[in-house]
Design a protein around this ligand. Structure first.
Ligand SMILES: NC(=O)N[C@@H](O)C(=O)O
Length: 200
């Protein structure tokens, strides 16, 4: 993880909204069966006991373009993510989250699949931003609430915040990513004084 630049910006407010495939398309993809079933290419599987929705989120490895030329492996990692309680607060009765880091993975997608979390829960907060001349365009930050049965895939080079768990205890994610162990090629970070996201 490399700090690219510390940007001393004041509060940038984005209001978190529910996720949808359309709303997140510019940032990568999601896996959310109830939201995607209707429009998906489907087939039967598992002897007719499963409906298979095909190619629902991207999996990309662009490390061939990385300067080091060091190949990457596709890895299933586990993130046991604890809620960053010290960054939650409230303002005028509105729950807030203060985001201090945006990062990106220049040569790979990264997918977080929550494990063992109810579909009825607001499980985690996803914060993303478009790129502007090699840094996040923090004035166009967007924030989305994901349920326990929804997964997020950050597109190649998509600026995003580290995982923000909304529950009271840790949440385990299965994480699919490509990595070659070269810090600057695996992850770039930008550090901020604080961007405020409204949660409700
Ligand atoms: N900062 C941080 O740990 N980012 C992770 O997404 C990672 O795997 O690099």
């Amino acid at each position: 993880m490399v700090v690219i630049q510390t940007v001393d910006n004041s509060t940038v407010v984005a209001k978190a909204k529910p996720i949808s495939p359309q709303a997140f398309a510019a940032y990568g993809g999601i896996l959310a069966c109830d939201l995607q079933m209707a429009g998906a290419s489907q087939s039967s599987a598992n002897q007719g006991t499963a409906v298979k929705l095909m190619k629902m989120a991207p999996v990309t490895n662009n490390y061939a373009n990385a300067p080091s030329g060091k190949p990457a492996t596709a890895n299933w990692n586990i993130f046991r993510s604890s809620p960053p309680k010290h960054l939650f607060g409230s303002s005028n009765g509105t729950k807030t989250y203060t985001s201090k880091v945006l990062e990106r993975h220049p040569y790979t997608t990264q997918t977080f699949v929550p494990m063992g979390c109810s579909r009825d829960l607001d499980a985690f907060l996803v914060i993303v931003a478009p790129d502007k001349e090699g840094l996040p365009d923090y004035e166009k930050v967007e924030a989305f609430i994901f349920k326990g049965d929804q997964s997020v895939t950050y597109g190649v080079g998509t600026w995003h915040a580290p995982m923000v768990v909304l529950g009271d205890t840790h949440l385990d994610f299965a994480v699919l990513v490509h990595e070659n162990g070269v810090d600057l090629e695996d992850c770039e970070e930008v550090v901020y004084s604080g961007m405020t996201i409204e949660l409700n």
